[in-house]
Structures are given as structure tokens and as C-alpha cells.
Design a protein around this ligand. Structure first.
Ligand SMILES: Cc1cc2nc3c(=O)[nH]c(=O)nc-3n(C[C@H](O)[C@H](O)[C@H](O)COP(=O)(O)OP(=O)(O)OC[C@H]3O[C@@H](n4cnc5c(N)ncnc54)[C@H](O)[C@@H]3O)c2cc1C
Length: 445
């Protein structure tokens, strides 16, 4: 009898333990579901749920809910789980790693570009990366495929193809002009040297492209790649500075020059087979062109007097080194808010924004800037535009009154968005097509 009772108690305890485990598992899952749902709500509210370029599309009929895609994605909150199925959260933040696509054991993920409603402009390129303009090639993210490894690969291949093509062209100052020095432009430059071509590489900003603008602490995820002249780069996880140092050292060691801070303004095909390239510093001719200008565009300028001064910048790289300055930040997007917040502890920060309130901000930024305004750490002047930038002052025009506000100023940071490369491509004459949700990476059915 005693044994029977003991057994019943043991079974009962085991049963209760199982029930409790199950209860806490469901509770945990339900909390996780709630978190993901609220992240999606916020993404919808602040405009990040809609993809702008590359993004994963999940086939919910196939998804078995193992969550491998969430674990594999190196970026944060692109995908999350709800009720045992993967859901896209911040599609606009996807940079196209494709890790979710490769991790999914049942092929439920397709990597697409654009959506049915929102097309993405992509240039026409042949398998050799040549556009409709003979001799003008495109490499890197501008062609639609993100990631450092792809950019390096395409820069190299495009240059090798162009090298074979230009032998018959007219004599010019250069064999090839490479526009842009992100990973694609750097690889194309190295391949030009390897092919004994007379090259000129022009970069409107600093060497490194989008990578140069990564936050200092960002972990850069990549895969092994072949860099012309250097050989195999065996990296998977690295830092921005290690990657840029690697590129700089290869260029230096081989005495390869890239002209930074020179922006290409126009490219014109002259006659049958040569190009004239105009930059903000000169005019050059070449037999071929590699366009490696990425998809992030050029910073939009305000076109106000004084904007050319050295104290004006379009990005903030080392905020921790800036102290005791009077700073004007211009703009109302995340980049402007994040910069103002990074600078406000050690400086006097004024933020000028042309609208009457903030919209489309990351929730955390919205919260933090309101707190900083309340604590008088950032002085925000809504409905204002920069009128003129002086050496030690700046003046703003309010839309509500005719008077100008003028105050002391040491540094100006402008975050007024970017000019997309589409206009530039159209001016050059490159044929463009809108892609409405076309699959870039797809499992065969
Ligand atoms: C937040 C973020 C995180 C990312 N993380 C990763 C990651 O971890 N791993 C990864 O593999 N990829 C990552 N990527 C993607 C990667 O950075 C890009 O795919 C890659 O940099 C594309 O290289 P690119 O050379 O084609 O273009 P870009 O790197 O964009 O370089 C283009 C260059 O052209 C220049 N340029 C443009 N117009 C002109 C002009 N008119 N005249 C002269 N120069 C011009 C620009 O100034 C720029 O330097 C990330 C991207 C972002 C935005």
C-alpha cells in the first residue's frame, strides 16, 4: 500500500513538474511574442517595417519555427518569432547578409529587392557588369547586391572584364577612371594595377565607403574574399578599423593612390570610345569607367552661404573627442538626433529642424531627445532653416517670424538626407529598371 502511495506521489510530483515547466515555457513564449509584436508595432509606427531595398520574405506555410533565421542574422531585430513562426520586424534595416536565407532548414526565406508597392531603381548590367553604355561598368552595391564580399568580388571582376574590352579604345589620359572607393572601388583599383592599367580613382569622401561610416564599435560580419594583389583575406568577424587598415596598408605597400574628397559631377561619352569625367577639381579622359558609388548617395547640401567652411561636416565620426564647443546640428532624422545626443554631454548643442515636430524616429531616439530637451541638454529650434554660416556664428531663419536668430558657433553638423545615385545614373545615360519584389536569393522549389 505504502509503495503504491509513494508511486502515486512520485507520479504526481513528476506531473506537476512537467505542468510547471510547460506553464513557464508558455509564459516565456507569450512574453517573447508580446515583445516581438510590440517591436513590429513600433517598426510600423516609425516607418521601418516597410523594406526600402533588400529584405527577407518569409513563407509562413513553410516556416517550422526553429528560429535559426533570428539567431543567424548579424543585425538586430530584423526578424523575430511570434507563435512559433518567423516574422519580419524592421525590414528597412536589412543590409542583405542573407544569413537568414542560408540558416533556414526548410527554405522558407527568400531575399527580395523592393516590394509590389515600392519599387527599387536598379541599373541594367550585363553578366560582365557592363551597362547599356559600352565601356561603362558598374560594381558593388549600386548594382543591387549588398555586402563587402560581393562588392570586392564585383569590383575585381568588372575591372578584369573592362581590361579585356578597352584595348581598342582611343588614346586617353587614363585607361580607366574608378568612381567611389568603398570595397568595390578599392578592389577595382587593385585589379586595375594588377592588369597594368593607367587608373584614376576618385572618392568624394574618405576611403572605405559605407564601411568608413560604420560606428567604431560595430562588428563587421564578412566571409573570406580574394583581394587583387593581396590575395586571400581570411576574415569572418572583424572591426571597421581593422578592415580599413588592411585596405590602407595594401594600397600603401603598392604605392597606389586614391584621390579622396574629389566628387565626380558628370561623365560623358565622347564620340565612339572614350569618356570625359568632370569632378569638382578637374576634367579627365579615360577609355573606360567603373562606377562603384554604392547606393547610399551623397549627403544633401543646404546650399547656404558659408557651407563650404571647414567647420561644416555631414557626418559625426568621433564625438568623444569633441568638447566645450558651440555646436549646431541640422536635421530631424535619426542621424541628427543621435549626433545631438552624443555631443550634448560635453558641448552646448542647438538642433535646427525645418518641421514643427519630429516624425519617423526610432522610438528610443524619440524618447531620448525629449528627455534631453526637458533637461535642457539640447536646445531644439523647430520651424527653422540655416540662413548663413559665419566663422564664429550661425544665423537661422524661423518660418514663423521674419527676424533672424544669430548665435555663437564653432561646429555645424548637417544631416539633411542624401541624394540617391539614381539621378546621377540617369544623367550619365545608364538604363534603369524598377524592381518590384524580385528575388535575389531564392531556394529552388
Ligand atoms: C549599417 C550598415 C551595416 C552594414 N554591415 C555590414 C556587415 O557587417 N558586413 C557586410 O558585408 N556588409 C555590411 N553592410 C553593407 C556594406 O557596407 C555595403 O554593401 C558595401 O559597403 C558596399 O560597397 P560599395 O563599394 O559598393 O559601396 P560603398 O561602400 O557605399 O562605397 C561607395 C563610395 O562611393 C563614393 N561616391 C558616391 N558618389 C560619388 C561621386 N559622385 N564621386 C566620387 N565618389 C562617390 C561614396 O562616398 C562611397 O565612399 C552594412 C551596411 C550598413 C549601412
Amino acid at each position: 500500500m505504502e509503495i503504491v502511495v509513494e508511486n502515486i506521489i512520485t507520479y504526481l510530483v513528476a506531473f506537476i513538474v512537467v505542468i510547471l515547466i510547460f506553464y513557464f515555457y508558455l509564459k516565456h513564449q507569450s512574453a517573447k511574442n508580446k515583445i516581438t509584436k510590440s517591436k513590429i508595432d513600433n517598426a510600423v509606427k516609425f516607418g521601418f517595417h516597410e523594406p526600402v531595398s533588400l529584405h527577407p520574405v518569409i513563407d509562413t506555410d513553410k516556416c517550422i519555427g526553429v528560429g535559426a533565421c533570428v539567431t543567424a542574422c548579424p543585425e538586430e531585430d530584423i526578424i523575430g518569432m511570434i507563435d512559433g513562426q518567423a516574422h519580419v520586424i524592421n525590414a528597412s534595416r536589412c543590409v542583405g547578409h542573407g544569413a537568414c536565407f542560408h540558416a533556414c532548414p526548410v527554405g522558407a526565406i527568400t531575399l527580395c529587392i523592393g516590394t509590389e508597392q515600392r519599387g527599387v531603381d536598379l541599373p541594367h548590367v550585363s553578366q560582365e557588369y557592363e551597362t547599356n553604355i559600352p565601356g561603362l561598368f558598374i560594381a558593388g552595391e549600386l548594382g543591387g547586391m549588398g555586402l563587402i564580399k560581393n562588392a570586392v568580388e564585383q569590383g575585381k571582376l568588372a575591372m578584369n572584364n573592362l581590361s579585356r574590352r578597352i584595348k581598342l579604345a582611343k588614346e586617353t589620359e587614363y585607361d580607366v577612371i574608378i568612381v567611389g572607393a568603398g570595397p568595390a572601388g578599392i578592389a577595382a583599383t587593385l585589379a586595375a594595377v594588377k592588369n597594368n592599367l593607367r587608373y584614376l580613382t576618385l572618392e568624394q569622401d574618405s576611403l572605405g565607403g559605407t564601411v568608413y561610416n560604420f560606428p567604431r564599435a560595430k562588428i563587421v560580419m564578412t566571409s573570406p574574399m580574394e583581394l587583387p594583389i593581396y590575395g586571400k583575406v581570411n576574415l569572418r568577424e572583424t572591426s571597421k578599423s581593422d578592415l580599413i587598415n588592411l585596405w590602407q596598408s595594401v594600397l600603401k605597400k603598392n604605392q597606389i593612390n586614391i584621390r579622396e574628397f574629389e566628387k565626380v559631377e558628370s561623365i560623358e561619352k565622347k564620340g565612339e570610345n572614350y569618356f570625359e569625367v568632370k569632378s569638382n577639381k578637374g576634367t579627365y579622359t579615360s577609355k573606360g569607367i567603373i562606377l562603384a558609388i554604392g547606393r547610399r548617395g551623397s549627403p544633401r547640401k543646404l546650399n547656404v552661404p558659408g557651407e563650404e567652411k571647414e567647420k561644416v561636416s555631414y557626418r559625426l565620426l568621433e564625438p568623444e573627442l569633441i568638447k566645450n564647443k558651440n555646436i549646431l546640428v541640422v536635421g530631424g532624422g535619426d542621424a541628427a538626433i543621435e549626433s545631438a545626443l552624443l555631443l550634448c554631454d560635453n558641448n552646448k548643442v542647438t538642433l535646427s529642424y525645418r518641421s514643427e515636430s519630429f516624425s519617423r524616429l526610432k522610438p528610443k531616439n524619440f524618447e531620448n531627445i525629449n528627455e534631453a530637451i526637458q533637461n535642457k541638454k539640447v536646445n531644439v529650434i523647430f520651424n527653422s532653416k540655416v540662413k548663413e554660416i559665419f566663422d564664429d556664428k550661425v544665423s537661422l531663419q524661423l518660418s514663423t517670424t521674419p527676424e533672424l536668430i544669430t548665435f555663437n558657433n564653432d561646429l555645424v553638423y548637417i544631416f539633411a538626407g542624401g541624394l540617391l545615385p539614381t539621378d546621377f545614373l540617369q544623367k550619365v545615360g545608364v538604363k534603369i529598371t524598377k524592381k518590384y519584389g524580385d528575388a535575389i536569393l531564392k531556394h529552388s522549389d
